[in-house]
Design a binder for this molecule. Structure first.
Ligand code: AMP
Length: 127
């Protein structure tokens, strides 16, 4: 419930906040003061890492101009991890899902880093 109509509701924490605070286990491959990167629990490719801002931004819709440096940093971390994982040369995919139609399951912004095999077309064609 909101105390007043002007008050913005607090975003709800997800399991990713607990991973970032190391309260529950995850295979964390990188962490700094801005982002945490860990291996996806249900990998869709030989390399499947999630790059997550430490601060809770629920969806891509919630990104603001104040987040521009953070979002750029997520890409720098992604390309560094791609090189470390040995997939930079052959290539990889960076992906952000937003809300229901985008297939978002966890409402804490994250960049998927996928690679290590030919990933095929970006979308499964419907017709
Ligand atoms: P999305 O559909 O973009 O929201 O993706 C959420 C991703 O988080 C999925 O690929 C899940 O497999 C992954 N995921 C959910 N819970 C965990 C967890 N505890 N540790 C690592 N990855 C997770």
């Amino acid at each position: 419930m909101l105390d007043s109509p002007d008050e913005t509701p607090m975003p709800t924490e997800t399991i990713f906040s607990k991973i970032i605070r190391r309260e529950i286990p995850a295979d964390i491959v990188y962490q700094d003061e801005q982002v945490t990167a860990f291996r996806d629990i249900n990998p869709q490719a030989p390399v499947h890492i999630l790059i997550v801002p430490n601060q809770l931004i629920p969806t891509a819709n919630d990104v603001t101009p104040d987040d521009e440096q953070l979002i750029g940093h997520m890409f720098v971390v992604a390309r560094t991890l791609a090189a470390q994982e040995g997939i930079a040369e052959n290539g990889y995919r960076l992906l952000v899902n937003c809300n229901r139609d985008g297939g978002q399951e966890v409402y804490h912004l994250h960049l998927h880093l996928l690679g290590g095999r030919r990933l095929g077309p970006m979308l499964v064609r419907q017709n």
